[in-house]
Design a protein around this ligand. Structure first.
Ligand SMILES: Nc1nc2c(ncn2[C@@H]2O[C@H](COP(=O)(O)OP(=O)(O)OP(=O)(O)O)[C@@H](O)[C@H]2O)c(=O)[nH]1
Ligand SMILES: [Mg+2]
Length: 636
């Protein structure tokens, strides 16, 4: 859901009663939220997926509309991290313009009551209207955990319902309970703002533990220990000090190979479709500015970005499966020592991994890191993880310059892509290590992370996730990328060339002049004026560079020539040194306004995004310079 919708819902909440989903991390709050509201918020099998409060609406069977709030998971009402702080603020009604929620839905993982009940008891102590959702009821049933819901309801003094966050109607009982609970809550006095923070003493904690044990003894008969669970058997290999890292390397390697080898058929299909469309329009429209706008601007520009949809979807399919399987926190443990050596907290692993999809959620996910210096280091290096917006640029240049040959089991193009991802990771390791030296960080913080059970990735989740990614990508192509290529088309078309002037008309346009100016800065790293022009709109978002190059080269082509596919054109007109230099530039350059804006928001200061932009641009220029010069020397 977009922020705008969230804001409008925020206003609507003034009238509608509100229900907040509160619970331990990874117990299925967001899964239930999505079922209730029809939203598509991210659900994944590790702790700390949701880091901001999200709002949606649900219509109850009695016709009332209710605001539902999904919150970051928390282990207690005494927050240790920023995301947990968000949850507390919402419960206390301290967020600007928001009241205390009318009803708390305490969501618990039914397979782990021992851990989850502590927070429930803390919530109950607030004396607020509450419903308990025993989520993961399906898994609990499979494991033979027979929870006495009536006894639990009696103990807690609130209704208890069973839910299954991964089934279409898994929220039915909860939905039926919301109406009566809200009606009962309406009669109860709830202060406009409450304050739940209180000092914890060891006595309090022990008393809480004792209470949990007593309730458990009453509501859940002890399970007879059976054979060791599959999880433990799998972990013997996955977490093995030698086999584990090997497995991780193989896994990552397969991803990069797949991005190239599996995508070729659908990519070629879209590519020929675009070419055919361009040819058809050229044939059926009279020559003129409108035809040029459609063929050179829209089709050669935005259309050339669309070609990369299959590769992006393959990458996301792997990311989604990894996220849902429960493997990620295990990989974090495997790499914890290594990350500690370069000055990163093991907690940084998941935010950094998320940054491979996009740095924006990655940077937001650093809220789960409690130490400020650890968090800042992670934020500063997150943009070096290769986000999916770089994929079109990499794929274009690799297809143009790297032959499609195999070396043993390896595809050379996949290998090159792997090397580019690795370059980003190595760069970030270097920067993290420098931060460590700069700040004299020596204190090692042990990694405390909950290991979720392994789960077979749900096909429904995967399908919805991919659909969502496809929608986001196509919308980006249709909006920002299209708009920027049209602006570029305009700047590259006007003013028109004087009559009888030699060379392509684009050279006489605004963009042509600007390109020549910028070329002075970029010539030492081997960029020609076409690349220099494309980098300007590409500051907003990286994929725009591909569209911009498409438009610039289409306009540079001889008058009536149909825009050819971009890859062969640049293969023909750039040297290998220029191509490699541009790749090196893209590994580091912070060409993404949204990332910088997110850093500003998350650090509450312009200092950090400014420092980030400066150091990353400097690094990009340096890397491109070295790459260009070395390649020139080698190919001379
Ligand atoms: N089998 C089963 N899996 C569930 C159920 N509810 C959620 N899941 C899975 O549990 C994992 C966690 O779900 P989320 O909804 O992301 O959990 P969350 O409580 O929002 O987690 P945080 O945002 O990290 O606090 C995902 O892999 C879900 O697919 C359920 O009722 N049954
Ligand atoms: Mg969540």
């Amino acid at each position: 859901m977009s922020d705008t919708v969230a804001a409008t819902l925020g206003e609507l909440k003034q009238r509608a009663p509100s229900v907040a989903l509160v619970g331990n991390p990874n117990c299925g709050k967001t899964a239930l939220f999505n079922l209730l509201t029809g939203a598509r918020q991210k659900v994944a099998n590790y702790a700390g997926v949701t880091v901001e409060r999200k709002m949606g609406q649900v219509r109850l069977p009695d016709g009332r509309t209710v605001s539902v709030i999904d919150l970051p998971g928390t282990y207690s009402l005494r927050p240790a991290t920023l995301d947990e702080q968000v949850t507390l603020e919402v419960i206390e009604g301290r967020r600007a313009g928001e009241d205390v929620p009318d009803l708390i839905v305490a969501v618990v993982d039914a397979t782990n009551l021992r851990m989850n009940l502590r927070l429930v008891l803390e919530l109950r102590a607030l004396g607020r209207p509450m419903v308990l959702a025993l989520n993961m009821a399906d898994v609990a049933r499979d494991r033979g955990l027979a929870i006495d819901t009536a006894a639990l309801a009696e103990e807690l003094g609130c209704p208890v319902v069973e839910t299954v966050g991964v089934r279409n109607d898994g929220h039915a009982q909860l939905l039926a309970q919301l109406g009566p609970s809200l009606t009962a809550a309406a009669g109860q006095h709830v202060p406009a703002c409450i304050n739940v923070s209180e000092e914890t003493s060891l006595d309090n904690v022990l008393a809480l533990q004792q209470q949990v044990r007593r309730i458990l003894a009453r509501v859940q008969p002890p399970v007879v220990a059976g054979k060791p669970r599959l999880d433990a058997q799998l972990d013997r290999w996955v977490m093995h000090p030698v086999v584990g890292p090997l497995l991780l390397a193989v896994l990552l390697f397969i991803v990069f190979q797949a991005v190239f080898s599996w995508a070729s058929v659908p990519t070629d299909l879209i590519d020929s479709g675009m070419k055919a469309l361009g040819a058809w329009v050229s044939e059926h429209m009279a020559a003129g500015p409108l035809r040029s706008l459609i063929v050179d601007g829209a089709i050669a520009g935005a259309g050339s970005v669309l070609v990369f949809l299959p590769q992006i979807l393959i990458l996301f399919a792997f990311i989604l499966v990894l996220e849902d399987s429960g493997y990620l926190p295990r990989a974090a443990f495997l790499l914890d020592t290594l990350m500690g050596k370069v000055g990163l907290s093991g907690r940084a692993f998941i935010p950094l991994l998320s940054s491979f999809a996009c740095a924006v959620p990655g940077i937001m996910a650093t809220r789960t890191i409690s130490n400020w210096k650890d968090r800042l280091t992670t934020i500063m290096i997150a943009p070096m993880m290769t986000c999916s917006a770089r994929l079109p640029v990499y794929a274009l240049l690799i297809a143009a310059f790297v032959p499609d040959t195999t070396m043993g089991p390896f595809n050379l193009r996949g290998l090159t892509l792997f090397a580019l991802y690795l370059a980003g990771v190595l760069g970030s390791v270097l920067v993290a290590w420098l931060f460590k030296r700069l700040w004299h960080k020596s204190r090692y913080q042990p990694l405390m992370l909950e290991l979720p059970p392994y789960r077979l990735p749900s096909l429904r989740n995967l399908g919805l996730g991919l659909w969502e990614r496809a929608r986001i990508f196509v919308r980006r192509v249709g909006t920002i990328i299209f708009a920027l290529t049209v602006v570029l088309w305009f700047l590259a078309t006007y003013p028109a060339a004087p009559a009888g002037a030699p060379g392509a008309a684009i050279q006489y346009s605004f963009a042509g002049h600007l390109g020549r100016l910028l070329e002075i800065v970029f010539a030492p790293i081997g960029f020609n004026w076409q690349i220099a022009i494309a980098l300007v709109p590409g500051m907003a978002a990286r994929e725009v560079v591909v569209g911009a190059l498409g438009t610039v080269y289409a306009l540079s082509a001889a008058d009536d020539a149909v825009a050819d596919a971009l890859a062969p054109v640049i293969a023909h007109s750039w040297s290998l040194a220029t191509a490699l230099s541009l790749l090196a530039w893209f590994v580091f350059a912070p060409q993404c306004i949204s990332t910088l804006a997110t850093v500003k928001r998350e650090t509450n200061s312009w200092r950090y995004p400014a420092a980030m932009a400066i150091y990353l641009f400097a690094l990009a220029y340096l890397a491109a310079f070295v790459t260009y010069r070395v390649t020139l020397a080698l190919t001379a």
